[in-house]
Design a protein around this ligand. Sequence first.
Ligand code: SF4
Length: 255
Amino acid sequence: MGTVNSSFFASPYKLSMFLECPRKYWYYYINEETKYKQPEHPYFTMGGHVHDTLKNFFNLDVKFRSKEKILELLETFWKRKSGREGGFESKEEEEHYKGRARKMLVKFFDNGDIKAKPILWHSQSNPKVEVTPSLFFTGVFDRIDVLPRDVLHVIDYKTGKEDAVDERNIQLPMYAVLAERIFRKPVTQVSYLNLESGRWDTRGLEKGYAFDTIGRVQEIVAKIPKSSEKEDFICGYKDRCFHCNYLKELGFNLE
Ligand code: SF4
């Protein structure tokens, strides 16, 4: 159940899924049959392609970063997963999402700092850091910039209104702790960049935020049942939520 030798690997995604619905968490992280199974969905396919495009765009030398190049990269990634494989029901639907992706990237190119030199692009994509003897933080960074005075700025891209809202303000502080421990430099700023609106939501970090973040994560982890029994992971919404119906579509018996 995400524990190895009684260690727990906590990512913002994993914690938010447990907080949203413990049963959903059980299906996704514990039950072998349904573990890590997700249906393809146009929004997630689009988001994945936009993230991959930006990541590869910043891998290019500054002199090669052009608007044509960013759109060319999008085309390359789009070809790797499209049509039914990407969860698109029709050509029209796919064109709609591709149009959204293009607009986001053009807006980013026109308004963003395309000369930025983020770090981490060739490094491990799923880092793990031990924050207490039994707790690891893990997660996937979108971007980390080095600011003057050799401090870090952790940036997470959001691709639109469908992205989950981080109500508990846990994602960016967790990434900041991860980044500080990996790069051994202080993180002074964390941001969400909404690529659809072009809006930055930037915050500074309070002194002692790391201690506070680790404590808040420990509190959430303590609520996760130690058993792997389905009945211990209670579906709070009962028949008012149909999220898990996709598992039926994938052929699983949810009873
Ligand atoms: S359908 Fe039930 S188990 Fe699935 S996410 Fe909704 S409330 Fe949770």
